[in-house]
Ligand binder design. Sequence first.
Ligand code: UGA
Length: 429
Amino acid sequence: MRLTIIGTGYVGLVTGTCFAEVGHQVVCVDNDTAKIKLLASGGIPIFEPGLEELVKKNVAAGRLSFSTNISEGVQKSEVIFIAVPTPPQPDGSVDSTFIERVARDIAAALTGYRIIVDKSTVPVKTGEKVAETIKRYGPAKVDFDVVSNPEFLREGFAVTDLMKPDRVVIGTRSPRPVEAMKNIYAPFNAPIVVTDINSAELIKHASNSFLALKISYINAVAAICEITGANVQEVAAGMGLDERIGRRFLNAGIGFGGSCFPKDLSAFIKIAEEIGYDFRLLKEVQIINRGQMDRFVKKITDTLWVLKDKKIGVLGLAFKQNTDDVRTSPAIELCQRLQKEGALLRVHDPKAMTKARAILKDVTYVDDMNAVADGCDALVVATEWDEFKKLDLERARKSLSHPIMFDGRNLFDRSEMERRGWVYKSVGR
Ligand code: UGA
């Protein structure tokens, strides 16, 4: 099918590329001229495993192209996906400016029936507003349908998540677009949930908030483990074997971050508030998440006492592994908290150092992870990169003034670390 994706951020670019990969004819549109130029010349603005190869392959095959022209995209395609940002406002509510703008742009370009699909994470009832807007600003006699089709990809695993989705959600007010939507997703062989538009929008906010809740839950359990001498990883393993619970998203740490969970949680709380429901459960999820960072910083100050002029090596800056994204990264927040106490930082991340440089100043960026500990008083693990498990622990132990490690992601084995002579503090163990 001929598809246009408006917005080439994480969601738009990966979705467009994977649609092309399964044989659709895709145009990715963005108003950022520099980004479109970069993509058209074979460059990729983000690090995402497997994406670059797929983009190149599909551009070469003539199935994927890039443009800055929305109206051309609307005219050429049968289905138009909206994948623009929905950033948070200072009060936590969603800023829908970009969606509204795109809805008007689509309206202005409509000449015949089109399916307009919202992929961005939006408050419930946004689809209705998009439909009203297109009707108001579009040509009187032209018919269209609005569909909600939320995206569930995780950064760092985006291509896999898109090619093998757990489910595809199609929310619509009329049956007319269902057939076309099913055709688009047929090659992905995933269960398809067809529902009304408001339910589809809610599925996204309810899913992300539930996953965030799961993380806060295990972080609260981790606090109990620390007091009682239990091991949160053993607890999570035992809980996770119950299929109703599942082991995934039960990793205790320094809290969740990124561009989705914190934002979507605030948005869902705000949406509930606006319709008269006080979602206290989710407020508690936020409180536990903030407390997790406080408790970790306290662990460091309890051990090192005064941080002023102490040298601390930090492994990890991205908000999680497999990405160069540092937006709302707990690792960056941790660095800033340590800096505020006067600590001097040597930091490393396998992919995120370029993006971190723009927001994290006055630290020493170290290219080799094994050199981060050189001359430091302690080492901190802040992101769950698998490759940190291959750290040369002997070298790190010798280069630190005292072998002290604060492992905010439980990457290392506690008894093994202690056997090797480390003062080792982790989370919930
Ligand atoms: C999240 C959801 O997982 C996706 O399904 C969703 O599509 C996406 O948001 C979105 O709304 O666009 P993402 O933000 O890429 O994906 O990252 P996650 O893998 O969910 O991790 C989020 C944060 O939780 C990270 O900081 C991670 O370190 C933390 N986390 C995750 C934990 O602390 N413990 C865990 O067990 C799992």
